[in-house]
Design a protein. Structure first.
Length: 287
């Protein structure tokens, strides 16, 4: 059974908009990030209200309201006469496993992850924000919701050419990322790819599906794969809950050779020469 989904507004988050959010809410986000980054490790004691007021230049009531939000969400617990502590239930950086379910590994799906298909259709066209105007053709369109340890963390709106989709095993998109299915079964070489990341907010529909707060921060990724003729063969818009998003990229760094001295310009050459001269003079004095 298909379910129509209204996707989040694509407006960008701006500093001026953030200024309209209550100060204690913004401060609670700062505190939450300290826990996620392990600056405040689990089971550790938080600074006192007086210390936090001094550090952030705010009133005690603002700090207490921010801490109250964290306590209501289970991030911290206050013990009378002892202080406030990070709960044991919170681990660093959303737990290491979250690094493997976001875009850090676009092909893998972990044992704690599951997929719910919301809508599936054929004969679709790319929406305006994904269209490139080059060689449009019919696409298979799949909307889905990804879960991690029972919590929905990502909405995906994916398009693949019908030729590619017809080669996928029946029902495989329920258990496997479409990016992996494409690479393994589509038999269409990918010439190059493109990605754009932005920040947006959850509207009412997205908030309900993701079990997230209305207006909560979402990371939006738009992705394209192109064939040798420049046609889009895979495209998608992916929304990730801001509080469950972890991006980790690793790989070899290509060493870049220094420019020849003659290509650096006369001013740079003179500056380098003076630096060498000062270093030589200093070495001479030390002898």
């Amino acid at each position: 059974m298909s379910e129509n989904v209204a996707w989040p507004t694509r407006g960008l988050a701006t500093g001026s908009e953030n200024d309209h959010i209550a100060l204690y809410v913004r401060l609670s986000r700062v505190f939450r990030q300290r826990i996620l980054s392990s600056e405040w490790p689990r089971a550790s004691q938080l600074p006192t209200v007086v210390e936090l007021c001094k550090e952030h230049g705010v009133a005690a009531i603002t700090v207490r309201q921010a801490l109250k939000l964290l306590a209501e969400d289970g991030w911290i617990v206050a013990t009378r006469g002892k202080g406030t502590f990070v709960t044991d239930a919170r681990d660093s950086v959303h737990e290491h496993s979250l690094r493997n379910v976001n875009v850090s590994d676009p092909l893998a799906i972990g044992p704690a992850q599951r997929i719910k298909i919301l809508k599936r259709e054929r004969g679709a066209s790319l929406p305006p924000d994904l269209s490139t105007g080059v060689g449009q053709e019919p696409y298979a369109h799949i909307k889905k919701l990804h879960f991690h340890q029972g919590t929905p963390f990502s909405l995906a709106d994916v398009y693949v050419t019908e030729m590619a989709a017809d080669r996928f095993p029946s029902g495989a998109e329920r258990t496997t990322k479409i990016s992996r299915l494409f690479r393994e079964f589509a038999n269409i070489p990918i010439e190059h790819e493109r990605q754009i990341f932005t920040v947006t907010y959850a509207d009412q529909r997205a908030a309900a599906l993701l079990k997230y707060s209305l207006g909560g921060v979402l990371v939006c990724m738009r992705s394209w794969w192109f064939d040798a003729n420049g046609k889009v063969v895979f495209a998608g818009t992916f929304y990730y809950r801001g509080d469950m998003f972890v991006l980790e990229r690793t790989g070899p760094h290509q060493a870049m050779p220094l420019l020849p001295l003659v290509d650096r310009g006369p001013e740079v050459v003179a500056k380098l020469a003076r630096a060498r001269k000062r270093k030589a003079a200093g070495n001479a004095r030390s002898i």
